[in-house]
Design a protein around this ligand. Sequence first.
Ligand code: IVH
Length: 739
Amino acid sequence: MTDEAIGARIEELRAQVRYHDERYHGEDAPEIPDADYDRLVRSLRELEAAHPELAVDDSPLADVGAAPSSTFAPVTHVLPMMSLDNAFDRSELEAWALRVVGGLDLAPEVPEPAEIEELARATDGDEPVEVPGIDIGAIDVGYTCELKIDGVACSLRYEDGRLVQAATRGNGRVGEDITANVRGIDVIPDELTGAAPAVVEVRGEIYLPVSTFEALNEAQEAAGLARYANPRNTAAGSLRQKDPAITASRGLAFWSYQLGVVDGGPALEGHADALDWIASLGLPVNTERRRVGTLEEVVAFANHWLEHRHDLDYEIDGAVIKVDRLARQEALGATAKAPRWAMAYKFPPEERTTKLLEIQVSIGRTGKATPFAVLEPVFVGGSTVQVATLHNDDQVQLKDVRPGDTVIVRKAGDVIPEVLGPVLSERPKRLRRWKFPERCPTCDHTLVRPEGEAHIFCVNPVCPAQRQGRIEHFASRGAMDIEGMGESRVALFIEHGFIDDAGDIYDIPWDDVAELDGFGQTSIDNLKAAIDASKDRPLASLLVGLGIRHLGPAGAEDLSTAFGHIDAIMAATVEQMAAVDGVGPTIAASVHDYFATPEAAALVEKFRAAGVNLVGPEVSDVPKVLDGLTVVVTGTLGNYSRDGAADAIKSRGGKNPGSVSKKTTALVVGAEPGASKLTKAQDLGVPILDEAGFEELLATGRLPGAADDTDDTDDADDGSDGERDTAGPEAASEPAGDG
Ligand code: IVH
């Protein structure tokens, strides 16, 4: 990727993370599963680490959760309220344990964290991570296992035994003052029992018991009101009430799981002791906690609760594992977002059965007809499910699910729910197989299944469902990201004839829009601003927005970088496009076919007229001379900051880990170097370079000493190198002498 493309990608990821933070923490209505969110955060973290020059103060990675709202007074946490990293399978949990064991020096020869990541990635999720000589499951680290309560994090501050403040986590640094509402939660004492210290801050999870949630929903239904989606969102909503009496009436509860600020408490050795102490003060601490030695025992604890989660009257979505000894926690420390001594081990997707009421078909932007199941509402994976995708006709026939069947539904967090299959033992007699409809449910055009295709399509080019889908896709987050241009507005604008295609978005008759119900000046201004902002999106976003078959974000980026302008892409032959790295003949042919249509040409002219960016990123020309090399830096350099040096290495294709190993190509030593790196490099015979040597390495990709050897063989073909060669032996003598 070019620098510009990387910059754009980082910005895009930051926007996505911010967006989902806001959905999750700000609105209590997450749109994507935790695993997907985690993946976004990981990609962003990796890119930010590799490109420190692109750092910004307001990266969402620095935040946990969303900024506090204005309804409640802000509370600055004395100690930040951190989040937890997630392990979604056994190999990720083991990778964490390996990092812990390495960090605490509990075993010899633990690989570097980056290497552990690689091993874990290469390991099948449910398999143990194999590291020769280390049985990670058997090492006695001392963990405390807890349940991961699915509720709302809250901090309670007691002074001289009295509750003085309750606050939400907010963005981790600043939360909301919810003291008045928390006083109405029965299980949270106003006054502590036992020997209360001068100050104790206890953190934990406020939750709504499942039985209370169900009773609440029954009351809602009886009153003809809408059901609440799930206990977590209902708990969050109940806490945000302006009237504390409403909060008090909801029956919220609390489990303590962590100490915050403490002044005057007893000396504690481990986290389990801390929990015991919290309980002795009269605060609720979940009894399903266990202090264990090894990871094997941790996994047994988690597996037990995976099986028994529904025996509990509260929702849990995993186990939380903490290194028990407080001294060890301190030694391990924390990243910007989460402690290194704790890990959330998340449960896999959940399954439930329910009645399949009917199968309907929806038409997407490409005309693809997707069957979906309409279900009797069922609570699974944290929320109530009423529809689930069935993918395509083959899947329906393969699963042989029939309207009237009892079916198994699977859902994790907030992913799109899936129907796994029928429960045949419960199938009513004479239930008929489902048949795919012959006509488009929207335009009544005949549906066709092209040769060799898994999907059935509505091929009517003017099918309103497709047009709607195309415009929605263009404005969506993965494409031009026009906030406020969602499903309902697109439908409304199409209905009123304001837009026929994506190009019309830039030529909306705003005076007419102002006449519509629900469009005040502010919403018009906001939408206009969002549309304007989209004009500067990278060319790749525009290409994605066009919805060309087979062309995903990566291919779009490759094309926009290789050709530099949409006109060049439109003029390119299939062969020219297929020659681009990452673009195969299928994508090339599809893009070519797309741009050959008069509709595409007309659309591009609309974009051009509106001033939408049609230019690709500039190509970086730093040669990748350090490809495959690993360069470690220690101490202060004159011409490079620590991040600048890392960037110089990485932009040339090199690796820049934080420690020296056998694989290190060279250690660059500045003023006041770290003693351990230097000693290790000397022990391992890793070449040591000063800043001049480093600069030479950056310029040539060769170690100063090695320059001679290589040049001996090829000095005939490049006389201009001679000047640099003469400096070589001098620089080289130093590391050799040091080693
Ligand atoms: S410990 C520094 N323990 O999960 C460690 N958190 O995904 C702070 N949670 O923010 C958290 N059960 O709201 C901890 N037993 C437990 C928990 C727990 C639920 C929540 C908590 C945290 C979130 C992270």
